[in-house]
Design a protein around this ligand. Sequence first.
Ligand SMILES: Nc1nc2c(ncn2[C@@H]2O[C@H](COP(=O)(O)OP(=O)(O)OP(=O)(O)O)[C@@H](O)[C@H]2O)c(=O)[nH]1
Ligand SMILES: [Mg+2]
Length: 448
Amino acid sequence: MFDRLTDRLDSVFRQLRGQGKITEKALDESLREIRRALLEADVNFKVAKAFLARVREAAVGQQVMKSLTPGQQVIKIVHSELVQLLGATAEPVRLSPHPPTVILLVGLQGSGKTTMAAKLALHFKSQGRLPFLVAADTYRPAAVDQLRTLGADIGVPVYGPEDAGSTNPVDICRDGLEKGRVTNRSLVLLDTAGRLSIDEEMMAELTQIKQHAAPHETLFIADAMLGQDAVETASRFHEQLPFDGIVLTKMDGDARGGAALSVREVTGAPIKFIGTGEKVDALEAFHPERIASRILGMGDVMSLVEKAEAAFDKEQAQSMEEKLRKQRFTFDDFRSQLQAVRRMGPLDQILGMIPGAGKALAGQQVDESALGQVEAIISSMTSDERTRPQILNGSRRRRIAKGSGTSVQDVNRLVKQFGAMQKMMKQMSKPSRRGRGGPKMPSLPVSG
Ligand SMILES: Nc1nc2c(ncn2[C@@H]2O[C@H](COP(=O)(O)OP(=O)(O)OP(=O)(O)O)[C@@H](O)[C@H]2O)c(=O)[nH]1
Ligand SMILES: [Mg+2]
């Protein structure tokens, strides 16, 4: 997502960076280029225009900061205006102090409501909450089964009518909410039926559900691949049935990102989450600052850090760092890091967030099962072997291979790789070397 826009802006900025002094003419030339890049990214015309007016005003009125070149200042302004455009600060779903929090999902047919209901359920479940899914889609015969299957996959209970055809959605929501309450669920997600376009029947149905279920949050689910059409629909929908937030799905298929860049300004409603794939864990909380940095090519370091923090506990991370510095990294440490990395989610997604890594790894398969093998080998070692790998002679290696269901070659390879890794870590812990061959990061924009 945003790939093309990032490339275009990058070339504008490269020119700007090189200039010691910027004339108004040069500034306008750059702004024209940025405008073209935005329109190419399918950003709403009015939104692009207003955005550039704000950038221009800020740039012209700006005092010359000694620490920054004029080009860098413009980049910084574009970054902070981009953050504003995307909503300034992250607005998470507000959870009710009196559970269950009720969340209503609405949107057009095929926008990804049912998938998103499951994604959100998994998201909240992993935060230790007790989600409950309610299938209030009586429009499509298989809708209830679809949600049941997803619920079973993620281990979240689902309420649905026995006979969807003859039950009305308002009653389903009422019964589902009741079921959620008596079973002490802390969060109830109501999945509703979509239509091909905004029609009276759907709006009447949703308005009724909203009145009766009194949700704490109503989320509008929009397919980002539809670009400006999605923005237009969101805006019309919002006028008839006000919602609290927007969730953009299929961001993985939207290389341009126009919907994400326009929908906040057009509707006034915040984007709360984005869906980035068909799988139930392909969900990201929406952070304007991070998305802006991602668009400007800085990679989504913050999202990565957050995922890592959720997976590693802080103390563990600190003691690991200590060990790295003292070069006492063992197979035990290796194994627990491996486990933590796997908790972060699918590997290819994690790698995609590292600046520069996305492109470098494009098209390469990341083999998750190999990690399982590595874990098995390490688990077959004695604790002495894990702390002092140098004692791993031939007969020990044969025993380990047998115990882990692998071959001696597999064990040899791992021991060799581990040795190489220790060496690399030794180098990384020397500050003078850090970052030399690492991902390139522009010196600007700075945060704030
Ligand atoms: N690539 C991609 N596909 C998605 C994403 N979210 C949903 N989909 C796919 O989009 C299709 C429609 O998703 P659903 O969740 O069934 O959409 P819905 O809004 O519930 O559809 P109706 O109930 O018919 O209105 C499915 O094939 C999903 O797998 C996403 O973030 N990325
Ligand atoms: Mg559905």
